[in-house]
Design a protein around this ligand. Structure first.
Ligand SMILES: [Zn+2]
Length: 80
């Protein structure tokens, strides 16, 4: 039982761990979307602020997240 509780707790911890802004510790973050957007669902999310549209230019240094409180951009896009 002990090992079961351990693995259960571990996966729960991974799922509930939320990204936070390194600047202001806010968890009100937008995922930055790169490239051309023609998905109506994505367009809706951009309008509502859930996704940040940031043009088509993306590099290895492009941030993945944008803080909606202070505007800080951070994180790395995972290309794998
Ligand atoms: Zn912030």
């Amino acid at each position: 039982m002990r090992s079961l509780e351990y693995s259960k707790g571990k996966s729960l911890d991974d799922k509930t761990r939320k990204k936070r802004c390194p600047e202001c510790d806010s968890n009100d973050l937008s995922l930055i979307h790169y490239g051309y957007i023609n998905d109506p669902d994505a367009m809706q999310q951009i309008e509502s602020g859930e996704i940040e549209a940031d043009g088509c230019c993306v590099s290895d240094e492009s941030p993945k997240w944008k803080c909606r409180d202070c505007g800080e951009q951070f994180g790395k896009i995972n290309w794998s």
